[in-house]
Design a protein around this ligand. Structure first.
Ligand code: F0G
Length: 351
């Protein structure tokens, strides 16, 4: 029986909240761990689990951190939240701001946000502005605007975001009765890998787990500053969620990698697309392309280095596949349209 309490109530003692913090919730967290049997067969790893974060209220892991960031902003008397986003942060901020009765402004990289995410921000009533340039340019703009007061910045540079996001590591430890041997996760602005590592460190310290996993982060080849060691001025990848050239949590990602004995590497767009299709067709799990970078990364690691003694692996699927309907639609050609008769449909199926 899953715990019906809200994320904030379940993990109150680990979070920066007080009795005065509004108990905001849309039912975030408590996402399923799904066994990935097809991937186990392919890789030979005995146990692989998918942490399906696309089942959060707005369809991505951002909700875990956003609920805390918006509740704290409300507690402190703010009336407005502000963020830059490749899409998911915007959708989440817009939803939680609506819930809290606050207004929300989102600044997006023009032409680079998946349709579902933009639809969410608009539906929840956010004010949306697109800037010419990548996510990094949008983040620089909102940081400057936030410094001038008024709105609270709810990007992952806000520490409350990372505190909320670390709860996914707690859930994994509780569900498995122990931390996994290795965790595979996509990396963009690098907040999530930083938050997971913090969560696993705290879980080990508090007795929730005995060990800590090796952390394996994956960037897209055209947007891999943490792999090359220098910012990328014009990041490129079809996984638009992680199209980030200069991650704000750079140091946190490097710390997670080094303290855990893991690695940060890149995967190509072709490898991402292949993993995206595999997940949907062979596991029945529809995740967005950026999430599939974790699976592409696991396959690459197994192929090139092996995973040593690791027997139990968790891959974080950060966002729902329905966020980016155009990408899924591009996998097939025209859909046949025929007369509404069994013969016509049978003929179309066999052609
Ligand atoms: N996966 C998805 C689906 C994302 O939306 C993001 C980040 C990541 C992975 C990477 O997480 O940035 O913490 O390393 N999306 C941000 C946004 C940048 O604006 O929605 P990260």
């Amino acid at each position: 029986m899953p715990d019906a309490r809200s994320l904030m109530d379940r993990y109150a003692s680990y979070l920066p909240i007080t009795d005065r913090t509004p108990r905001l919730t849309l039912g975030e967290g408590n996402t399923p761990l799904v066994r990935a049997r097809a991937l186990e067969r392919e890789t030979g790893i005995p146990e692989i689990w998918l942490k399906v974060e696309g089942q959060n209220p707005t369809g991505s892991f951002k909700d875990r951190g956003m609920v805390i960031a918006v509740a704290k902003a409300l507690e402190q008397g703010a009336r407005m939240v502000l963020c830059a986003s490749t899409g998911n942060t915007a959708a989440s901020a817009a939803a939680y701001a609506a819930r809290a009765g606050m207004s929300c402004t989102v600044v997006l990289p023009a032409g680079q946000v998946a349709a579902g995410k933009l639809a969410q921000a608009i539906a929840h009533g956010a004010r949306v502005v697109a800037v010419r340039g990548p996510f990094d340019a949008a983040l620089a703009v909102v940081r400057a605007l936030a410094e001038q007061g008024e709105a609270t910045l709810v990007n992952s540079v806000n520490p409350d975001r990372l505190e909320g996001q670390k709860t996914a590591a707690f859930e994994i430890c509780e569900a498995l009765g122990e931390a996994p041997d290795a965790l595979f996760i996509p990396v963009g602005n690098a907040g999530n890998i930083t938050a997971y590592w913090k969560g696993f460190v705290e879980a080990a310290r508090s007795g929730m787990a005995r060990q800590r996993p090796r952390m394996y982060g994956y960037q897209a080849e055209g947007a891999a500053p943490l792999v090359s060691g220098k910012p990328v001025a014009e990041p490129q990848t079809l996984a638009t969620a992680i199209r980030v050239g200069n991650p704000a949590s750079w140091k946190g990602a490097v710390m997670a990698r080094d303290e855990s004995g893991g690695a940060i590497d890149s995967v190509s767009d072709d490898e991402i697309l292949d993993a995206y299709s595999f997940l949907a067709r062979c596991e029945g799990v529809f995740a967005e392309p950026a999430s599939a970078a974790a699976i592409a990364g696991l396959r690459k690691r197994v192929r090139e280095n092996g995973l040593g003694s690791a027997k139990r692996v968790v891959c974080v699927l950060t966002g729902n596949g329905m966020k980016d309907p155009d990408r899924a639609r591009s996998l097939a050609g025209d859909i046949a349209e025929v007369e509404a008769t069994p013969d016509a449909v049978r003929a179309a199926l066999s052609s």
